[in-house]
Ligand binder design. Structure first.
Ligand SMILES: [Zn+2]
Length: 257
């Protein structure tokens, strides 16, 4: 498998040239768009046209992970390509609400996509890629992604606090893409409210170490953070090198040499 990180910004202030969360996971002809935050499609089409997608996987329904599902649904409707969308419970309702805003008949827009609201811990397949929705702990239902092909395992955390569920999802991953929204609190710094729903870089490194992750990549940093500091804090708890996602960067999901 190969991962291309497309958009890495956390919710909040956009960064120039960086979209909300979205990543492309490829294996042979299979191309799965993993999350579709605002602006992700602009980066996606540098690597693959929308018509080359095999499906879209949504970890959760916060805007920085789903805003570009709206143009994807319009594209599916008007090109008559019933793209599979795998998402948490509520995915279909979200689309109904969006399209009810301008149409008295939202059905054709919603039904243009083949929506599967993913039960936890069940395996789905797309070509030779098997994947599973693994529940994690956010302030809304969130499903980490575990994908396998050719005996390799990739895990994407979605948005989550550190905990046993993510550790279970990530067991033995050859490559893990983890959110690291925050850094260690500085002295006298007041913790932000959303800190309970996300990980620090150090927590991401610790969960990855406990799960036996072989290679760790961090994403979803707050816009005001220095990525080098996040990498250093995660390396200390992970016990090995940590890489940072950036728009268009590719990672082979392969066993550690
Ligand atoms: Zn997010």
């Amino acid at each position: 498998m190969r991962l291309i990180t497309l958009g890495t910004a956390a919710a909040g202030v956009p960064r120039p040239g960086d979209a909300g969360s979205g990543h492309l996971l490829e294996h042979g002809d299979v191309r799965l768009l993993v999350d579709a935050g605002g602006g992700v499609l602009g980066e996606l089409v540098r690597h693959a046209p929308l018509s080359a997608l095999s499906g879209v996987y949504l970890s959760h329904l916060h805007h920085d992970h789903v805003a570009d599902l709206y143009p994807i649904a319009l594209w599916a409707r008007f090109t008559k390509r019933p793209l599979p969308v795998f998402g948490p419970p509520g995915t279909r309702t979200l689309l109904y609400r969006w399209f009810s805003l301008f149409s008295s008949d939202p059905d054709p827009y919603v039904e243009a996509l083949r929506i599967t609201e993913m039960p936890e811990w069940t395996v789905h397949t797309l070509g030779e890629m098997r994947f599973m929705a693994c529940p994690v702990e956010h302030n809304v239902a969130c499903l980490a992604l575990r994908a396998e092909a050719d005996g390799r395992r990739f895990v994407y955390s979605g948005d989550t606090r550190a905990g046993a569920l993510l550790e279970e999802a990530a067991q033995g991953a050859d490559l893990a893409l983890f959110e690291a929204t925050f850094q260690d609190l500085r002295e006298a710094q007041t913790p932000e409210k959303t800190r309970d729903h996300h990980m620090t870089a150090r927590e991401a490194g610790e969960v990855a170490r406990k799960a036996g992750v072989k290679r760790l990549v961090l994403t979803h940093l707050r816009d005001n953070l220095d990525p080098a500091v996040s990498a250093r804090q995660a390396q200390e708890s992970f016990g090995g090198p940590v890489e940072m996602a950036s728009p268009g960067r590719a990672f082979d999901v392969a066993p550690k040499a």
